[in-house]
Design a protein around this ligand. Structure first.
Ligand code: ADP
Length: 604
């Protein structure tokens, strides 16, 4: 090779290397931000290199100069794209035009075809970088230079053949590989830059990640496979009160997890390591150095090595202690409010009941007052009436005795009413006294029988009694007066409400109850009591019929007094009754029972 050719080649090579450096230092680095003006500027720089290339040619054939513009423009088309390449093509074209000479048209065609082939390659083989890029570049170099060989047709005809002969081999064996080499060089630069960029990005991501882990109000830890602590951030140390050396390499579960949860969480952790999956998020308690409980909401990530082996767990946790405390307080408050509400509801209900009671009592008291005045007026009128009659002088002895009897009966009736009123007010005031003494209960029953025998038999009703114990056994310890009063009340009622049939009184011993008790009864064959009245009649002022037009005497106090006395003696009182039904021709019957606790020591 002749010396000038060598120099030309070297010069061209140096320029192409400069061109590749332009690509590396200006183009690749700003790839993302390139605007049209940069592209135009690059086009001018490329044009300058092209022009300089054209001004350092070598003569292969006298009168025909050669340079490496074809290499430059094709590679430029491939790497820089349309705007810079077309500008370079235009400017180098214009310069070539001004130079003129025999090779003018071929020179222009080469400029146009090389740039265009580069651009077309870029457009239609966008993935050339990814497989066999050496071959791709060589193929493009060959394409460019075969077209260049063909473009010798634009030379003067006498020069075509000698030039073709001279340039064919260099174009195929030097220019085409040169194109490939330049392309490879630029591609490598591109690759290096990509790697550099990736590393920068990785570093930045790492920096950000560790910044997040280190700072903020987020707990972050990394645990090794055995549960030991590989990393923990400042925030965890701050909220738990530990120093780094007290934490690092220690077992997480032993140090931070409350003992009652420890085994369960360890099991969960090691289980997760085995199946290579952690539950993504869950909430649990950790302990500070001083033993306080903190609530943390964790988010877990599995850490894997390149070979996909699990090397531990990274967890990020949010400290939700404050909100937990608030939540707890709210719950407690809620419970209190609910309890208070319940209380208010109860009070309300009680008030309603009390109000109803008050209204009811009020109504009953009015009925009672009316009753009482009726009950006092009736005997009073009869006393006054008969006393008036007694004044008459011509009375026969028999009439006198009848009037006196009527006055006596009315007086007794008044006395009973007044007695009942006094007793009920004592009961209400809680001043009724109970006097326990030993007495024979058979005597009590018999004296009640004696008291009412005449009155009842005169009414045409059978009257009998049954004692449940022998006279020698019938000694009990209780308040005999009260038992007597209860029996009298019940028998009076029986007489009042019975017109025929029988009245039976008595008692039986109930050994099976605890304690043993005497069960008294007063049984009659009167009208009976309606089902809905059976409870009510034991309330004070309550009567089966609360109207004044009823046929019976009484202020509605007898059963209330009997109930109060029975309960004071430790027993209970109730009634069993069947109402009389005229339509069915069915007789009524009523049995009042009351019990008195007793000892069975002396009873056989
Ligand atoms: P009073 O007899 O003064 O009305 P009590 O308290 O003794 O008051 O009785 C309440 C009510 O119980 C009576 O009004 C009557 O309706 C009912 N009663 C009580 N004893 C009997 C009975 N042996 N047979 C039917 N009803 C009775």
């Amino acid at each position: 090779m002749k010396e000038p050719i060598l120099i030309g080649l070297l010069q061209n090579a140096a320029l192409l290397i400069a061109f590749s450096m332009l690509y590396q230092s200006v183009w690749i680095k700003n790839e993302a931000t390139k605007g049209t003006s940069t592209k135009i500027l690059t086009g001018f720089v490329l044009s300058s290199i092209g022009v300089i290339l054209m001004s350092t040619p070598w003569m292969m054939v006298p009168g025909i100069a050669f340079d490496m513009r074809s290499v430059l423009l094709s590679v430029s088309g491939l790497f820089f794209g349309p705007i810079p390449t077309i500008i370079a093509m235009l400017i180098t074209g214009i310069v070539r035009f001004t130079i003129g000479g025999d090779g003018l048209w071929m020179g222009l065609v080469v400029i146009f075809s090389s740039g265009s082939i580069g651009l077309l390659w870029r457009r239609f083989r966008p993935n050339w970088k990814f497989n066999n890029y050496y071959l791709e570049l060589l193929a493009m170099g060959l394409a460019v230079h075969i077209v260049m060989l063909v473009s010798t047709v634009f030379l003067p005809s006498d020069k075509i053949f000698p030039i073709l002969k001279t340039i064919a081999l260099p174009l195929i064996f030097i220019y085409s590989p040169a194109t490939m080499l330049l392309g490879v060089l630029m591609f490598k630069q591109y690759k290096n830059w990509q790697n550099e960029l990736a590393q920068l990005k990785l570093k930045e991501a790492e920096r950000r990640f560790s910044q997040i882990l280190e700072s903020g109000n987020v707990v972050s830890i990394m645990l090794n496979n055995d549960g030991s602590i590989n990393f923990c951030n400042d925030y965890l140390l701050r909220i738990t009160g530990y120093k780094p050396e007290e934490v690092l390499d220690k077992n997480w579960f032993d140090l931070f997890v409350p003992s009652d949860l420890r085994e369960k969480l360890k099991e969960l952790f090691f289980g997760s390591i085995t199946i290579k999956e952690f539950s993504k998020d869950y909430e649990n308690i950790i302990l500070t150095k001083s033993g306080e409980e903190l609530y943390i909401l964790w988010y877990n990530i599995v850490l894997k090595s390149d070979s996909d082996e699990i090397i531990g767990m990274a967890s990020i946790g949010v400290n939700i202690t404050e909100s937990k405390i608030h939540e707890k307080m709210l719950k407690e408050k809620n419970i209190k409010i609910e309890a208070q509400n319940e209380e208010y509801k109860k009070i309300n209900q009680e008030l309603r009941i009390a109000k109803n009671h008050a209204e009811e009592s009020d109504r009953l008291k009015s009925a009672f007052l009316a009753n009482v005045s009726h009950e006092i007026r009736t005997p009073m009128n009869s006393i006054l009436g008969f006393s008036g009659l007694l004044k008459e002088s011509d009375l026969v002895n028999e009439d006198q005795m009848r009037y006196i009897g009527a006055i006596e009966h009315s007086g007794n009736r008044m006395l009973n009413i007044i007695d009942d009123i006094l007793t009920i007010s004592k009961i209400e005031a809680g001043t009724v006294e109970i006097t326990f003494s030993k007495f024979n209960v058979n005597e009590q029953v018999e004296s009640v029988y004696e008291l009412f025998k005449d009155e009842i038999t005169q009414k045409g009703i059978d009257f009998s009694y049954i004692n449940g114990l022998t006279d020698s056994e019938a000694f009990i310890k209780s308040d005999s007066e009260k038992i007597y009063a209860i029996l009298i009340n019940l028998v009076r009622n029986a007489i009042k409400f019975t017109n025929h049939g029988s009245i039976k009184i008595g008692y039986v011993l109930k050994r099976n109850s605890e304690p043993a008790e005497l069960e008294f009864f007063v049984k009659d064959t009167g009208g009976g009591i309606r089902e809905e009245q059976k409870e009510l009649i034991f309330e004070r002022f309550r009567q089966g019929s609360e109207s004044l037009s009823r046929n019976y005497e009484g202020a509605g106090l007898g059963l209330a007094i009997s109930k109060a006395f029975t309960e004071l003696l430790g027993g209970k009182i109730w009634v069993e009754s069947e109402e009389q039904n005229f339509a069915l021709g069915k007789a009524g019957k009523t049995v009042f029972y009351f019990t008195i606790p007793t000892e069975v020591k002396n009873i056989k």
